[in-house]
Design a protein around this ligand. Structure first.
Ligand code: CP
Length: 301
């Protein structure tokens, strides 16, 4: 059976825990080619990104190369997409060319699930519209696990444009699987309807001193038709800054999936603050994606 990686909801807790442990192995051995370089030798992946990316696209490429695989970077702007080729025909073409797996990002929430039954090779969701970003979810879990040695019972505040965030989408799915509590903070118009008991809305300044981690989110301007945002006013009300960091527990951590807008959702001095794990998340992204590539090829985690 083809092993896809489309949503964290398709995995039981035990499988996700195995993936986290495997990602931790890769984190510890990422610079030991003699231990890992043979694992996906002679495999070829395709990075197919219909939306911009720095972290996800580059870390999948580095992950593949660290495991001995090769990767083709398909760029829609320089492809036959410009001649009218559909997404389906593009993916079927890459399949026919002989790639072993496709890493796929698109603005549509559900196209990845709709296309998957028609493909004979594994598909990785590298960010689907406002739906899920499961490889980001895995690296966020790895970062929390490294920090706290457990996931169950952790309290995480998520602040910002949650309604349009696939990062928050995957985190909320993972929270349900692992028994974490999520607090959604930000402008009411940017928060989704809440239906699950493990997710609740909260006032940012009230909840901040009680949480183990806070995930700051960018306002997804590309997914808004008209949003009148005053960056200074937004920062004052919902931004992570020195005043708010002082109210956090000493062992609580600051997360952000990136890219971040300094001075809007996070102040300049918080990005590399000692409680920030933002660049650690990026480093963990390579290890998490090594575990995902190995899983889709070998079924191992
Ligand atoms: N976190 C994340 O998905 O970043 P990129 O858009 O740069 O891949």
């Amino acid at each position: 059976m083809i092993k896809h990686f489309l949503s964290l909801s398709s995995f039981p807790q035990s499988d996700l825990l195995s993936l986290i442990h495997r990602a931790q192995f890769f984190f510890q051995n990422q610079h030991s080619p003699e231990k890992i370089h043979h694992l996906l030798k002679n495999r070829i992946f395709a990075n197919v990104f219909y939306e911009p990316s720095t972290r996800t696209r580059c870390s999948f490429e580095i992950a593949a190369k660290r495991l001995g695989a090769d990767i083709v970077n398909f760029v829609p702007e320089h492809s036959s997409v410009k001649k009218g080729e559909t997404v389906y025909d593009t993916l079927k073409s890459l399949e026919s060319l002989g790639v072993d797996g496709i890493i796929f990002r698109h603005a549509d929430d559900h196209i990845v699930e709709q296309l998957q039954p028609f493909l004979k090779l594994p598909l990785v969701n590298a960010g689907a519209g406002k739906f899920e970003h499961p490889s980001q979810g895995l690296l966020d879990l790895l970062t929390l696990f490294q920090e706290f040695g457990k996931l169950e019972g952790l309290k995480v505040a998520v602040c910002g444009d949650v309604k349009h965030s696939r990062v928050a989408g995957s985190l909320m799915v993972a929270a349900k699987i692992f028994g974490m509590q999520i607090y959604l903070c930000g402008p009411e118009t940017l928060l989704p309807e809440v239906t699950d008991s493990h997710v609740q809305k909260a006032d940012f300044d009230t909840i901040l001193p009680t949480v183990d981690a806070v995930m700051m989110l960018r306002i997804q301007l590309e997914r808004h038709e008209d949003l009148d945002l005053d960056p200074k006013a937004y920062h004052h009300q919902f931004g992570m800054n020195h005043r708010r960091q002082l109210s956090m527990k000493k062992n609580a951590i600051i997360l952000h999936p990136g890219p971040f807008n300094r001075g809007v959702e996070i102040s300049d001095d918080m990005v590399e603050h000692s409680q920030s794990r933002i660049f650690k998340q990026m480093n963990n992204g390579v290890a998490a994606r090594m575990a995902i590539l190995e899983l889709i090829i070998n079924g191992r985690s």
